[in-house]
Design a protein around this ligand. Structure first.
Ligand SMILES: C[S@@+](CC[C@H](N)C(=O)[O-])C[C@H]1O[C@@H](n2cnc3c(N)ncnc32)[C@H](O)[C@@H]1O
Length: 308
């Protein structure tokens, strides 16, 4: 069959950009998104496509279909099945939260804390791992580290598993399908005796939207993000309350991300409730919003504290 070529890369880019610019859900990121859609449809990096070269009609048609899908509100990450996080690509499906740029702050703070406070190679415990983007990034940034990925959603753990394999860190982590709101969830930590030689760093970007506010979120978030990744209980703080009660026979660090405006409530929970940890540092995102804090916990003398 004769292959037909009607548009050049440059023309295709121009048409996609102006269609996307006119879409409410895209707007200012139209150029970037046009590039991503072209790369996805042509299956090659944009920089390797000469602007004057022609795009095959069948590819151009599918590219326009993707653009229509995008303009109807489907998130770009769901169309192309991946999202960039900390300059790496991660597989994304409807079963996981799309990695957010502000979560890079959680990674930065964790790396900083490891440098300052850990005297042994770290064991990261990623509570609510989702796509696994946080744990995979930490393992890649610190080659001697190991990790445990925990999530209540088995489907999310499947996605995390693909990402750990894709990034070559699967042999340094284990995955656990468990509900951290259950008492004694922390027993999954240190099940493997080799892990006891490591400094423990719990890291978490838990669901933190108060239940009643989920209905006010943008329609795309409500339609495309799993509710289990969003719902932080009546006041949005249920996971911090649980993490603040974490008991281990070793001292450990806990680094958490939270929503805009939740900083002081989260800090109070960790410092005065539960095991009364000490805040060691926190960080703000690129918009100047406090996003993450790190707390240091003393070792528990026994593991017989009352259930909460
Ligand atoms: C906000 S998402 C964070 C995903 C990923 N860590 C990130 O930063 O992109 C929260 C994750 O917590 C998981 N989760 C929700 N409730 C949980 C529970 N009770 N126990 C364990 N994981 C839970 C969700 O399935 C979701 O993957």
């Amino acid at each position: 069959m004769l292959r037909r070529f009607s548009v050049s890369v440059s023309e295709a880019f121009g048409i996609l950009s102006s269609r996307l610019r006119a879409c409410q859900s895209v707007g200012e990121s139209a150029h970037t998104e046009a590039r991503v859609l072209l790369e996805h449809a042509c299956q090659q990096p944009f920089y390797s496509m000469p602007l004057a070269s022609k795009v095959e009609d069948s590819t151009w048609n599918s590219c326009q279909d993707l653009c229509t899908l995008r303009c109807s509100g489907t998130p770009l990450a769901h169309i192309v099945g991946k999202k960039e996080f900390y300059s790496r690509q991660f597989k994304v499906t409807g079963d996981v939260l799309c990695p957010r740029p502000e979560t890079e702050c959680l990674v930065d703070l964790t790396l900083d804390c490891v440098k300052k406070f850990c005297d042994r190679p770290p064991l990261f415990v990623d509570v609510g791992t989702g796509s696994g983007c946080v744990l995979a990034t930490l393992l890649l940034e610190l080659p001697g580290s190991a990790g445990i990925a925990i999530d209540k959603s088995a489907a999310a753990l499947e996605v995390a598993l693909s990402n750990f394999s894709m990034h070559g860190v699967i042999d340094r982590c284990r995955l656990h399908n468990c509900d951290v709101l259950q008492p004694r969830w922390e027993r999954v930590i240190l099940e493997d005796p080799r892990e006891r030689e490591r400094s423990i760093v719990i890291v978490s970007n838990p669901p933190y939207i108060p239940t009643a506010q989920i209905a006010d979120l943008e329609p795309t978030v409500q339609s495309y993000e799993p509710r289990t990744a969003l719902d932080g209980g009546p006041d949005g703080l249920i996971f911090y309350r649980q993490l603040a009660h974490t008991e281990l026979l070793h001292e450990f660090l806990c680094v958490v991300e939270y929503g805009a405006g939740q900083h002081s409530e989260v800090q109070k929970l960790f410092e005065t409730g539960g095991r009364q940890s000490v805040k060691v540092t926190d960080c703000t995102d690129l918009q100047g919003i406090r996003r993450a804090s790190a707390f240091q916990f003393r070792a528990a003398r026994t593991m017989n504290a009352p259930e909460h």
